[in-house]
Design a protein around this ligand. Structure first.
Ligand code: TRP
Length: 347
């Protein structure tokens, strides 16, 4: 199986010269600086060396109760944020999941090759059902199958995701291998592309916790669209330790985090930063971090505002993306239908 898998992936790579990357983004509100540094900047880089497909996964979002008007708005916002951050719709395929019916279609097929026991062991299902005790719906349970369908439809080689998605990539591989084992090579078995914990940006108020947009305290995170004033204020208030010299160290989570952020935007390493802020206090350093972040995010916000005021442009992107995605997805789905024994009528 391993050999076959490698052979297939090699063949695909030879045909197109490039590997395929697929990732999904939940349309659940504006992203944070953590998402930007941990994932988005990377995705922008990847689009030059891979065939990248990025999907706004509105069908996944439905597993928790949504306000319809908000869900709709969030899909536009997600698209606008990604483009504003540098994802180029001319270089990659950017589309909305519900616009390509093949996701739901393949998901049903794959659910017949996924075991109840496997899904019951998923930690995200256990966590989410513990949090939403009044809405433990079947979609929450079969969420990983839909995710597998997303990835397998496009024969993706690599799937850039956060560490929390590791188990979902694992089950996708298991489903693909199981299907390939029964019907012969059909799906590329994907690999996760997971950033090292070193790329993790921490909360500004509790730096031992990951920065999260669902934090109750808005001072804990920087939104990609925060104003310069808000950014400066949040960094000035960032929790640090009782020392005063800017130096990386054990138990100095706050300063370590600020140094990492500063380094991401300036390219300076720890010793350069330490030398630069030698003899200057935390206050000055925090202001400097706020400034580099605000400078970098200002053009993102400007571009975002432009895009959000041009709905028809965004709709054009959605349409174009959906058409390209549907073309690729249809090929995989038709192959699957043939292999499993569905009759197919030519039109
Ligand atoms: N489950 C992913 C998350 O919450 C989102 C997602 C859905 C996804 N389908 C995907 C990610 C396919 C990568 C590939 O982050």
């Amino acid at each position: 199986m391993k050999d076959q898998e490698q052979k297939e992936q090699k063949e695909q790579k030879e045909q197109t010269g490039r590997q395929t990357i697929f990732s999904g983004i939940q349309p659940s509100g504006i992203l944070t600086l953590g998402n930007y540094l941990g994932a988005l900047k990377n995705w922008v880089m990847l689009q030059d060396s891979y065939d990248c497909i990025y999907c706004v996964v509105d069908m996944h979002a439905l597993t928790v109760r949504q306000v319809p008007a908000e869900l709709r708005r969030h899909a536009y916002e997600a698209l606008a944020v990604y483009i504003a951050c540098g994802i180029d719709p001319d270089k990659c395929i950017l589309f909305v999941q519900s616009h390509v019916p093949a996701h739901a279609e393949l998901s049903w097929i794959l659910s017949c090759y996924t075991m109840f026991g496997e899904l019951s062991r998923m930690t995200q299902f256990k966590d989410k059902s513990a949090k939403n005790t009044d809405n433990i719906n079947a979609g929450l349970f079969t969420y990983p199958v839909l995710m597998a369908a997303d990835i397998l439809l496009y024969q993706a080689n690599l799937v850039p995701v956060g560490d929390d998605q590791r188990q979902h990539i694992e089950i996708t591989r298991d489903i693909a291998e199981r299907f390939n084992g029964i019907y012969g090579p059909t799906f590329t078995v994907p690999e996760g592309y997971i950033p090292t914990t070193g790329m993790r940006i921490m909360s500004l108020t509790e730096p031992e916790k990951k920065m999260s947009k669902s934090d109750d305290n808005i001072n804990a995170y920087i939104s990609i669209l925060d104003s310069r004033d808000a950014i400066m204020r949040k960094f000035r208030r960032a929790v640090t330790d009782s020392e005063s010299s800017v130096r990386r160290g054990e138990g100095k989570d706050g300063i370590n985090n600020l140094m990492k952020i500063y380094s991401c935007f300036t390219g300076k390493d720890d010793s350069e930063i330490e030398a630069l802020f030698e003899g200057r206090g935390y206050g000055e350093f925090k202001t400097a971090v706020g400034e580099v972040v605000a400078d970098a995010l200002a053009p993102v916000k400007t571009r975002y505002d432009e895009l959000m005021s041009d709905k028809s442009y965004l709709e054009g992107i959605m349409k174009r993306g959906a058409e390209s995605a549907a073309g690729i997805a249809a090929r995989t789905l038709s192959r699957v239908y043939r292999k499993i024994g569905f009759t197919q009528i030519k039109n």
